[in-house]
Ligand binder design. Sequence first.
Ligand SMILES: *[C@@H]1O[C@H](CO)[C@@H](O)[C@H](O)[C@H]1NC(C)=O
Ligand SMILES: *[C@@H]1O[C@H](CO)[C@@H](O)[C@H](O)[C@H]1NC(C)=O
Ligand SMILES: *[C@@H]1O[C@H](CO)[C@@H](O)[C@H](O)[C@H]1NC(C)=O
Ligand SMILES: *[C@@H]1O[C@H](CO)[C@@H](O)[C@H](O)[C@H]1NC(C)=O
Ligand SMILES: *[C@@H]1O[C@H](CO)[C@@H](O)[C@H](O)[C@H]1NC(C)=O
Length: 266
Amino acid sequence: MAGNTKFVLLFLLLSSSSPCFGIEQDIRCLKSVQGSLADPGGVLRSWDFENETNGFICRFTGVECWHPDENKILSLRLGNLGLEGQFPVALQNCSSLTGLDLSNNNFLGPIPQDISWVMPYLTSLDLSYNSFSGSIPHNISNMTYLNVLNLQHNQLSGQIPPQFTLLTRLIGFNVADNLLSGPIPSSLQNFSASNFAGNQGLCGAPLDDCPPSRRRWRPVRISMHRLNDQSSIGVAVGFVVGFVVAFYFPHLFVCSERLRAYVVRI
Ligand SMILES: *[C@@H]1O[C@H](CO)[C@@H](O)[C@H](O)[C@H]1NC(C)=O
Ligand SMILES: *[C@@H]1O[C@H](CO)[C@@H](O)[C@H](O)[C@H]1NC(C)=O
Ligand SMILES: *[C@@H]1O[C@H](CO)[C@@H](O)[C@H](O)[C@H]1NC(C)=O
Ligand SMILES: *[C@@H]1O[C@H](CO)[C@@H](O)[C@H](O)[C@H]1NC(C)=O
Ligand SMILES: *[C@@H]1O[C@H](CO)[C@@H](O)[C@H](O)[C@H]1NC(C)=O
C-alpha cells in the first residue's frame, strides 16, 4: 500500500501534475465551462465526457492540447459559437492555458478584476466582439506573457490602465469601439490609430493630443457633488461589484504556488 502511494506521488511529480493542478483538473475545468455558458447553437453540448480515453478532450470542438494524447489544454478557441454568459471563471482550473479566444459571442458582464490569477500564462487573449462591460482590469498588466490582447467592440469604460506599459511583449493590441476615455499609455502609441478608434474619450498618440486640463478625466470627482445623479449610483454599484469580485476569487487560488513551480519546469 505504502509502496503504491510512493509510486503515485513519484508519477505526479514526474509528470509535473500536482494533485492540485493535474490533468483531471482540465477535464473538470471544461465540464464547468460547459455548464456555465448558454449554448443555443449546441456546440458545447457535443463535448462528451463519457468516454475518458487519453486525450479525449483534445478532440472536442475548440480545444487544443499540449499533446494529442494528454488531457492538458493549451488553448481554447471558442470564437463565433453563439455562446452567452459571463466570463467563464472556471477557466482558472485549466491551469496550462496559454490561449483564449471568446470573440464574436454574446458574453457580457465584467472581465474578472483578478484575471491574472485566473489565467496567468496567457500569451493570447481575444475577447473582441462581445458585450463585456466595466473597466479594463489593470490586473492584466500582471499577465507578463501576453503577446496579443484584443478587446475591441465591447462596452468597456474607464481608462486604459497606465500599468499596461509593463506588457512589453505585446505585438497585437486593440480596444477600438468601446466606451474608453483618458490618455493612451505611451508604450501603446505605436499601434495603429484604428486600434483605438470608436472611443469617445481616448486621447494622446496615436490619436489627438489630450486636452491640457486633467479634470476632464475625473468624472468621479464631479459626481461626488451630485449624489442623486444616476451616473454616480452607477459608479457606486461598479465600485461594490469590483470589491465583491476582488474578494471572491483569492481563496480559490490556494494552489497557485504549485502552478508557478510547474510552469517553471516546462
Ligand atoms: C471510446 O473511444 C475510443 C477511441 O475513440 C473508441 O475506440 C471506443 O470504442 C470508445 N468506447 C466507447 C464505449 O464509446
Ligand atoms: C476548481 O476546481 C476545484 C477542485 O475541483 C473546485 O473546488 C473549484 O470550484 C474549481 N474552481 C472553479 C472556479 O470552478
Ligand atoms: C492582480 O490580482 C492579484 C490577486 O487579486 C493581485 O495579487 C495582483 O497584485 C493584481 N495585480 C495587479 C497589477 O493589480
Ligand atoms: C503584479 O504587478 C505588480 C505591478 O503592477 C507587481 O508589483 C507585482 O509583483 C505583480 N505580481 C505578480 C504575481 O506578478
Ligand atoms: C515607436 O516606434 C519608434 C520608431 O520605430 C521607436 O523609436 C519607439 O521606440 C517606439 N516606441 C515605443 C513605445 O515602442
